[in-house]
Ligand binder design. Structure first.
Ligand SMILES: [Zn+2]
Ligand SMILES: [Zn+2]
Length: 269
């Protein structure tokens, strides 16, 4: 397990939208060390702890069993509907709500295994997991026809406040966005900034979350021109009430004059 722990490096973003199309991963000396240790130590599946002969972080069985979201789901927020539906469906939460974003989609249902993986990346700094998790997000990009309109989109991760990022030594949304960019070929641009630290949102309802988030984000000045008119796919780990997604979309559209914004998260909470 030592090899796994040492893989939890973090490299802050330093590439711009312009160079992100030809962006290459440049391993840090620490990453070289972890690769070496990976060679010496057997790797284990994060969920069932079975040894993995060919690397990666999840075994084939656990990967297959992850609760993927398939239709029908809410056309607005991605909420899963258990049953059959032939028409486009809007969930109870979305009736009478207006979101700034085009639509939100998630790849996995909010069940125990999904949250285990999110927590491992978020709180245990197991950023290497993001490589495998981004593959599920790529499947969603390919399966959901609505993303056809986003073939030239830019992936933008939901940012953490720098203090929280320092504490966690990374940002899970950033890691997912970066890995998804490598798989999909879409540009990745770490263009949003969290300028105000907000209290934890777990116990707040949507209305309270929205007012809690007001003024919390801004677009980094150096990306204002580059994002103008671009379609955006906002990347985060979990979609819960949509308050964060709504506020980030509002800021992207009002400050950088981006075109449509769609949301893609790993999990629908
Ligand atoms: Zn497994
Ligand atoms: Zn909904």
């Amino acid at each position: 397990m030592i090899g796994r722990i040492t893989q939890t490096y973090y490299e802050p973003s330093n590439h711009t939208l312009l160079d992100s199309h030809m962006w290459k991963w440049t391993p840090s000396p620490r990453a070289f060390g972890s690769r070496f240790l990976d060679f010496l130590y057997p790797a284990f599946c994060e969920l069932c702890k079975a040894p993995l002969a060919r690397g990666g972080s999840l075994c084939e069985d656990c990967s297959d069993q992850l609760p993927r979201i398939k239709a029908p789901f809410c056309g607005n927020c991605g909420e899963v509907f258990d049953g059959r539906l032939d028409e486009e469906f809007r969930c109870q939460n979305c009736l009478g709500l207006s979101h700034d974003f085009d639509f939100a989609r998630a790849s996995l249902k909010g069940l125990e295994t999904s949250f285990h993986l999110v927590h491992a990346v978020k709180y245990r700094r197991q950023f290497f997991l993001a490589r495998d998790l981004a593959r599920f997000m790529q499947q969603t990009l390919e399966e959901d026809e609505r993303f056809q309109d986003y073939r030239d989109a830019v992936l933008v991760p939901v940012p953490l406040h720098w203090r929280r990022q320092q504490w966690r030594q990374g940002n899970q949304a950033y890691e997912l966005s970066r890995e998804l960019s490598k798989i999909s070929g879409l540009a990745h641009c770490d263009s949003l900034q969290r300028v105000r630290s907000t209290q934890t949102q777990t116990k707040l309802n949507r209305k309270q979350r929205l007012s809690n988030l007001r003024g919390a984000f801004r677009v980094k000045r150096r990306y204002l021109k580059e994002l103008r008119g671009k379609r955006i796919i906002l990347i985060d780990d979990v979609f819960t009430t949509g308050a964060t997604a709504h506020e980030c979309t509002r800021i992207l559209r009002h400050e950088a004059f981006t075109s449509k914004v769609a949301i893609l998260t790993l999990v629908r909470g």
